[in-house]
Structures are given as C-alpha cells and as structure tokens.
Write a protein that binds this ligand. Structure first.
Ligand SMILES: NC(=O)c1ccc[n+]([C@@H]2O[C@H](COP(=O)([O-])OP(=O)(O)OC[C@H]3O[C@@H](n4cnc5c(N)ncnc54)[C@H](OP(=O)(O)O)[C@@H]3O)[C@@H](O)[C@H]2O)c1
Length: 242
C-alpha cells in the first residue's frame, strides 16, 4: 500500500490532491484539517486545528500509525494560511503566531515525526511542502506569510541536506504551486487596497481566467509524488514538473 499523509484536505489544493490520489486502488490517504469533506474507504480523517500545536503533538501517534505494509510513504505539508492582510505596525499581534504555527511550526513538527516514526521502514519516502512564490520576494500586506514560506524553503533545504548526509534516500521538496483558484485567492481579492498594493493585479488574474484549477494542480502534484524526478531542486515550482 502507498500511504500519503496530507494536511489541509478540507478544501483547495490539498482536497484536490487527496481526491486524485484516492483514484488509485493501492493508495491510502490520512488527511488532516478542521473539516472533513472527503468520504472514501481508503481515506482516514484527523480532525485538527493546526494552529493548536500542543494538541497536534498529542495526536502525532494517530497521524503517524504503524504502517508495516507500506511500499511508499509521503508527507504533504499543504495546509497554509495567509492570515490577516495588513501592514506591520497596523496588525493584530495574535496574527503572527497563527501564521507561523500553521505555515512553518506545524510542517517542522510533522517532518520530524514522519522521519522518526518511519526511519526503520526501508521504502521510498517523500516530503512535499507547499510553499509559495511569496516566499521568494516581499509583498506588502503579507509580511508574515512571505517570511513563513521563506522559512519553509530553507527548512526543507536543510532537512534534505541532513537526509543526504545520512544517505536515507528521502526526497524533500518545497514547491510553489502557482496561482490557484481557491478560497485563499478569494481572500486576497477581498483585501483592502490600502493594505495591499497589488489588489488590482490579483483581481485581474481571476477576471482574465489566469488561475489554475485545484484539480489541475492536484494532478501535477500526484505526478510528482508517484514519479519523483531526480533532477528537481528542493525549492521548486509547479511548472518545473515535466
Ligand atoms: N491558492 C494559491 O494561489 C496559492 C499560491 C501559492 C501557495 N499556496 C499554498 O497552497 C497551500 C494550499 O492553499 P489553498 O490555496 O488550497 O488554500 P485554501 O483553499 O484556503 O485551503 C487551505 C487548506 O488548509 C486547511 N487549513 C487552514 N487552516 C487550518 C488550520 N488552522 N487547521 C487545519 N487545517 C487548516 C483548510 O482546511 P479546513 O478549513 O478544513 O481546516 C484547507 O484544506 C497553502 O500552503 C498555500 O500557502 C496557494
């Protein structure tokens, strides 16, 4: 059996990826989000608010059970939040903890647990972290989001370095999925222009039909997970998947 542990399966990209993977008979998905929207015999849901890291730590044994029949294993850290769009100096202080918990602390905790729990299983293993172009350059109104995704990129590169030094064969990616038609994009389009100078540009992406569908992105991510390219860098973009 191929096992995929995916955060953020409630909606958007994570939901589309899980649905796509579940089309295969030899595949099981363990999904984590606040809402269960997938019902499938090969799907197991963990209802969790990932901003509560103490609760997440308590639930790690359920998220990463013994999987003795595993032929392949993947962890997909997909859940992510933009937080409140606004300039630093004008934001609610609690927002920073929320963004960094979901976007970087949780992926770090889950990578640590995944690598530890399955270290004795000698099967192909992949960690796919969903990053963002916004982790590569500053965007006003998104300081916490940009910084958290930049942190995810460097965390991923460091974990890959460690796995290479240990010669485990584990592959780690931090992938920017492009601009995708999900609730996150609706949130961006409803921002206050005074708190986000690129509002027009993001509204144009939608009206000009430039957004990718979550289903298209889900299919590409499935392709990456099922046929891991040797030449793809750790920090990569969806358009680099052949
Ligand atoms: N859409 C884009 O254009 C775009 C661009 C670049 C990067 N990304 C990245 O792609 C990933 C997926 O984003 P998306 O566009 O699919 O966003 P989305 O439609 O807003 O979905 C976010 C997912 O994360 C889950 N989630 C959010 N907060 C959570 C929490 N506190 N606890 C547990 N689960 C939580 C949601 O499920 P529940 O609501 O059920 O909890 C949902 O499944 C994110 O990491 C995002 O940063 C997206």
């Amino acid at each position: 059996m191929k096992y995929y542990i995916i955060t953020g399966t409630g909606k958007g990209i994570g939901n589309a990826l899980a649905e796509e993977l579940l089309k295969e008979k030899d595949t099981s998905v363990i999904g984590i989000s606040r809402h269960q929207t997938i019902v499938h015999p090969q799907y197991q849901h963990q209802n969790l608010d990932l901003s509560d890291t103490q609760n997440l730590i308590a639930r790690l044994p359920e998220i990463f059970p013994d999987l003795k029949d595993a032929e392949e294993l993947a962890l997909v850290n997909n859940a992510g939040v933009l937080g409140e769009i606004g300039y630093v100096g004008e934001k609610q202080p609690e927002d920073f903890g929320y963004i960094f918990s979901v976007n970087i602390t949780v992926p770090a905790i889950l990578m640590n647990a995944f690598l530890e729990q399955y270290s004795a299983l000698n099967v192909p293993k992949v960690v796919l972290n969903i990053s963002s172009g916004a982790g590569k350059y500053p965007m006003d109104g998104w300081a916490g989001y940009c910084a958290s995704k930049a942190a995810l990129d460097l965390f991923s590169q460091t974990v890959q370095l460690e796995q290479d030094l240990r010669k485990t064969g584990v592959k780690v990616f931090s992938l920017a999925p492009g601009i995708v038609d999900t609730q996150m994009q609706s949130q961006i389009r409803s921002a206050d222009e005074a708190q986000f100078s690129l509002l027009d540009k993001f509204q144009d992406y939608k009206s000009s039909g430039s957004l990718a569908s979550p289903e298209t992105v889900g299919k590409k991510l499935k392709k990456l997970l099922q046929n891991v390219p040797d030449d793809l860098k750790v920090v990569c973009r969806i358009d680099e998947i052949a």
